[in-house]
Design a protein around this ligand. Structure first.
Ligand code: FE2
Length: 287
């Protein structure tokens, strides 16, 4: 299908360049969001490790290596990652395993038909093109549960730190699957902050068993000027790869589900020491 029809106005493209993000309400229909939501719950039930296996995610040393491997090998799979507050002091899950998840990752867009359909639309392809991706490649998908009460915060970061390309190209496409508010942990972003030189890069260590961080600038990102991106269901937030952003904890009694796709440009170099590798799955675009 053609992706030549513009979806963004010139003003919106200008806003993205100036501010480093764009909030597009009503981008996805409520029906498609609810379909994705139901599918994510099913994938969680089907793929969640047993409670016994789940304890590896809280233990240390040897078990830590197993947990690292589980994460580092998830680039071309559908895997389940727990909330750290889902476990009691003995390392036992406090609730049903599939309701204790932080997220699913990182290849639902390629491995699951419902996620595939949501992730590849002419409308999204047009937005990606208009914000500067010449040869978009869908690198990863994450379904974030941000569970009621235990949904943890995400510290201020840039996506380029974790999904490095040379030159920088990664762009985040974040969908509100539930209404996101300041009470249930919506995203916050620093308008114009994408012009701050990136402060660190996360990469694999020499034996590829864990990640290490190269710090270029140890000073924290400024917090003055952060704005909340409250977003009703169906809203798409487009995030520049060097835009500082974070999300708060979910202190409410309702989950705050969201879905993100990170795309890079196929014309850029993708380093072999990025944590995310897809040895068994070639990247595809939005079509
Ligand atoms: Fe992020």
């Amino acid at each position: 299908m053609s992706t030549t029809t513009d979806v963004l106005s010139a003003t919106q493209v200008g806003q993205f360049r100036e501010q480093g993000f764009l909030v597009l309400p009503n981008f996805a229909t409520p029906e498609s969001c609810l379909e994705l939501r139901a599918r994510a719950m099913k994938l969680a039930e089907d793929n969640v490790p047993s409670p016994a296996e789940a304890t590896i995610f809280t233990a240390d040393s040897e078990a830590r290596h197993a947990a690292d491997r589980y994460f580092l090998e998830s680039g071309d799979k559908i895997r389940c990652f727990f909330e750290k507050d889902a476990f009691d002091s003995k390392g036992v899950l406090k609730a049903d395993a599939h309701l204790s998840l932080n997220k699913l990752g990182h290849a639902m867009h390629d491995l699951d038909p419902v996620f595939g359909e949501f992730s590849r639309t002419p409308k999204l392809a047009a937005v990606a093109r208009q914000v500067g991706l010449a040869d978009p490649k869908l690198l990863q998908s994450m379904y974030i549960f941000k569970q009621a009460r235990i949904g943890g915060e995400v510290n201020c970061h840039t996506d380029h730190t974790f999904l490095w390309t040379e030159p920088q190209t990664v762009i985040g496409f974040w969908f509100a699957i539930d209404d996101a508010t300041t009470e249930n942990g919506c995203m916050w972003a620093l308008p114009g902050g994408h012009r701050i030189p990136v402060k660190s890069r996360s990469r694999l260590n020499d034996d590829r068993s864990a990640t290490v961080t190269d710090v270029f600038d140890p000073t924290p990102y400024p917090t003055d000027g952060l704005v909340p991106l409250e977003a009703p269901r169906g809203t798409l937030v487009v995030l520049h790869g060097t835009l500082p952003h974070l999300s708060g904890p979910n202190t409410s009694d309702k989950p705050r589900h969201a879905y993100t796709i990170h795309a890079i440009d196929g014309t850029a170099k993708y380093p072999a020491d990025n944590w995310l590798q897809r040895p068994h799955l070639a990247m595809r675009g939005f079509n």
